[in-house]
Design a protein around this ligand. Structure first.
Ligand code: ADP
Length: 477
């Protein structure tokens, strides 16, 4: 098997060793052999980005826009092939894999347009005969560190604005999904960027990740991943005074009120809690249900859960694939045990499943009679495990919803305009969903959270400009 290499300074370079990645739906299916960059190579990649950053920043906006448009078109043209690779590598279904590739394509297309609108502001000075120009310039070199749950979309939503606003980048994808990142890098390598503008280093986060933070050439760091890693990166980055953007965990609430349409309530809960095996930072795992609808909701949700088909991600008819690896499966099973020990009532699922192929299959689990203090309601599980909390009314529901150290996404199912409006205004989450799943967001509007979920400026949409540019104020006499 020919290894897939790193991309540094415009060249495909082997690493210090190689590592295979496997299909979580079928552990006998080896996807590829991937070069593992050395720490020195990670530093080289940052240095290459530094050297290239001026040339790319000076490239005309037309050429920048054309390059992003090229990447977008190729992703769209190859969405079935790349969606299959993604599904094979991460375990999400083919439909979700193809959807994610399309999303990445639309993100590049959006920023191909944004390139042409990077401009600034002209402001009258308070002094006579002086004009003030507020302009945006590239930050310089951006380190991009990404997780495994959206192997193409998350790199895309960081790379596209970074390049659009004239920065050079180094991407370090998650250990479990080098294949999707490599495929994206291969497309970017043919987009006509000056050598060194885009670099890919593959390898273990704890080994090569620090180079992407410690190198003196790094101007900005954007990270999506776990809270623990985020905090480690943040403390290092602050020491370096690098610009920082982080998206971390969530423990997102889904409120269901007595007046909700039961079908809507069940659909949003099902989709946010269990689809993509709950492995989304916007997944909701706390279902906060008022007394009057509680029993009807639980039995309707349970019934729908029974119909879910959990199987090989590429099999026709599969609703939910496997969880991503053994470690994640163990973590999910551990939390299911913790829930039982805490006295929660497991009304459905929670067992490991056997299928035709050896994979990490787990029956989605539903707990009822849970309380806000339980660990299953406080800690992010990142798997298909949801707990129902029974509350007496809306006031208690929103208090419980906000009672968390996280604040990424929050949902409410209701037909009451008054409650929906109050929830929009008083939820402590960065994104609020009314009668929609907490997971599933558009690509052209801001994405991000509050409290322990996010740090730094928002990602995506027009908001992305804030992080990927730096402001210059010029006074002209
Ligand atoms: P998850 O458990 O969801 O994979 P992690 O936070 O462990 O989340 O990983 C997110 C990304 O951070 C991955 O690309 C990983 O390799 C990287 N990473 C892990 N440790 C470090 C570190 N010490 N420095 C920089 N990056 C790291």
């Amino acid at each position: 098997m020919k290894p897939f290499n790193n991309f540094i300074a415009g060249e495909w370079v082997p690493g210090a060793r190689t590592q295979q990645n496997i299909n979580p739906s079928d552990t006998s299916d080896v996807i590829g052999e991937y070069a593992q960059a050395s720490t020195a190579q990670a530093f080289d990649a940052v240095a290459a980005a530094k050297q290239a950053s001026g040339a790319w920043a000076r490239t005309s906006v037309q050429e920048k826009s054309d390059a992003l448009d090229f990447i977008s078109r190729e992703l769209l043209d190859r969405r079935e092939e790349l969606g299959t690779l993604l599904a094979r590598e991460e375990g999400k279904t083919l439909a979700d894999g193809m959807g994610e590739v399309a999303r990445a394509a639309y993100i590049f297309r959006f920023f191909a347009g944004e390139v042409l609108h990077a401009g600034g502001e002209l402001i009258d000075s308070v002094r006579p005969n002086v004009r003030v120009e507020v302009t945006r310039e590239p930050v310089g070199v951006v380190s991009i560190i990404t997780p495994w749950n959206f192997p193409i979309a998350i790199p895309a939503w960081k790379i596209a604005p970074a390049l659009a606003f004239g920065n050079a980048v180094v991407l370090k994808p998650a250990e479990l999904v080098p294949g999707s990142a490599w495929a994206l890098a291969e497309i970017i390598s043919r987009a006509g960027l000056p050598a060194g503008t885009f670099n890919l280093v593959i390898g273990k986060g704890s080994e090569i990740g620090p180079a992407l933070i410690e190198s003196p050439h790094v101007d900005a760091i954007t990270f999506t991943g776990s809270v623990a890693t985020g905090k480690r990166i943040a403390s290092q980055a602050v020491g370096r005074l690098a610009k920082l953007q982080m998206e971390m965990g969530g423990k997102n609430p889904q409120v269901i009120l007595d007046d909700a349409d039961l079908n809507v309530a069940v659909n949003v809960a099902l989709q946010s809690a269990f689809f993509q095996t709950g492995q989304r930072c916007t997944a909701s795992s706390r279902l906060i249900v008022t007394d009057g609808i509680h029993d009807r909701f639980v039995s309707a949700l349970r019934e729908r859960m029974e119909t879910l088909r959990i199987d090989h991600a590429l099999k026709a008819g599969t609703d939910i694939g496997p969880v991503v690896d053994q470690q994640q499966l163990d973590q999910d099973l551990r939390y299911i045990e913790i829930g039982k020990e805490e006295g929660a009532n497991l009304v459905f699922g929670g067992d490991r499943l056997q299928r035709d192929t050896e994979g990490f299959y787990l029956q989605p689990a539903l707990f009822t009679e849970t309380t806000a203090e339980m660990r299953i309601n406080r800690e992010e599980i990142f798997g298909p495990v949801a707990s129902v909390m029974r509350v007496k009314d809306y006031d208690e529901a929103i208090a419980v919803a906000n009672d968390t150290p996280f604040g990424l996404s929050a949902g409410i199912a209701t037909t009451s305009l008054k409650h929906a409006d109050h929830f929009k205004r008083n939820s402590q989450a960065g994104m609020v969903m009314v009668n929609l799943p907490t997971a599933g967001v558009d690509y052209h509007v801001p994405f991000g959270g509050r409290k322990g979920s996010s740090y730094g400026p928002r990602e995506q949409g027009k908001a992305a400009r804030e992080f990927y540019t730096t402001v210059k104020t010029s006074y002209v006499g």
